[in-house]
Design a protein around this ligand. Structure first.
Ligand SMILES: NC(=O)c1ccc[n+]([C@@H]2O[C@H](COP(=O)([O-])OP(=O)(O)OC[C@H]3O[C@@H](n4cnc5c(N)ncnc54)[C@H](OP(=O)(O)O)[C@@H]3O)[C@@H](O)[C@H]2O)c1
Length: 271
């Protein structure tokens, strides 16, 4: 029986690539996002676009209702929708910080809450939470984004042990710098929020780092493949991290060096 998958954030980047890759590999895929016009090219792959603003309760409910009515269930949820708000913690208006968490954390968890009952009933489910290498290592001027991804890591750890007895796996995927709309949106906020404040110097250095990273970027298909490996494993790993070198080095350093040494290494990379 074909598995029913919901991929959020399917109008761009990692989500769009994942939706296409899973559809090509025998899954029935629903792709959700706000920009329906950006999902029309998914239709020839057999993917069904659904309008979703993950910050709006009624939109999240309508999305789940539509899929359950049409397909009878959702077997696999890929919580991918998200964006990166950059800027010094002091500079980011608190309403914008809240919105970052609304999209990246509360939206994903609301969707998860609404889908869990059908997964429990079917005694089967896979929930993939797209975190980031930035869910393990926090750079200056990315505080609110990192907070959202650290939160996803913690929520995934709690959820994994809550739902295991119902036959549901929770899998974290941690991309590093990946080709998508993420970089443009993050850079825009970085320069708008902190490009002209006391943190201008750090903003310029961070901007340079983003530019360097964009020259050495991973393709979204690599993340789509990690997701497929996770959902097809009968005993999935708790985490699948990006395989490209920058991400591996960062995660390795995070695991072995002290906070103070990591601070020095991060600031040296920015310098
Ligand atoms: N690219 C990277 O370097 C990187 C690295 C680590 C982690 N990640 C994570 O990977 C995930 C996917 O990002 P990406 O790189 O593919 O970025 P992207 O190209 O900007 O795609 C983001 C997706 O999220 C959707 N989205 C944003 N706000 C939404 C909302 N309110 N409701 C519903 N959908 C919303 C967007 O769709 P609409 O605008 O059409 O709604 C879009 O489809 C994110 O969680 C991101 O944090 C990315």
């Amino acid at each position: 029986m074909r598995k029913i998958v919901l991929v959020t954030g399917a109008s761009a980047g990692i989500g769009k690539q994942t939706a296409m890759y899973l559809a090509q590999n025998g899954y029935t895929v629903y792709g959700a996002a706000r920009r329906m016009e950006k999902m029309q090219d998914l239709i020839p792959y057999g993917i069904k676009p659904v309008e979703l603003d993950i910050t709006k309760g009624e939109s999240v409910e309508a999305c789940v209702d539509q899929i359950v009515q049409e397909a009878g269930r959702i077997d696999i949820l890929i919580n991918n929708a998200g964006f990166g708000l950059e800027g010094a913690i002091e500079d980011v208006p608190i309403k914008d910080a809240r919105y970052q968490l609304e999209v990246n954390v509360f939206g994903a968890m609301h969707l998860t809450q609404l889908i869990l009952p059908t997964m429990r009933e079917n005694k089967y489910g896979k929930i993939v939470n797209i975190s980031s290498v930035g869910g393990k290592v926090a750079f200056p001027l990315g505080g609110w984004y990192h907070a959202s991804k650290f939160a996803m890591e913690a929520l995934s750890d709690s959820l994994r042990n809550e739902v295991r007895e119902f036959g549901i796996d929770v899998i974290v995927v941690e991309p590093g710098a990946t080709r998508s709309e993420w970089g443009t949106i993050a850079t825009e906020s970085l320069l708008t929020v902190s490009g002209h404040t006391a943190y201008q110097g750090l903003a310029t250095k961070t901007h340079t780092l983003f530019t360097q990273l964009s020259n050495n970027i991973q393709e979204p298909i690599e993340i789509a493949k990690l997701i497929k490996t996770g959902i097809e494993s009968s005993r999935p790993k708790t985490r699948y991290a990006a395989k490209e070198m920058n991400s591996r080095i960062l995660l390795f350093l995070r695991a072995i060096v002290s906070d103070k040494l990591l601070d020095k290494l991060i600031m040296r990379q920015l310098a």
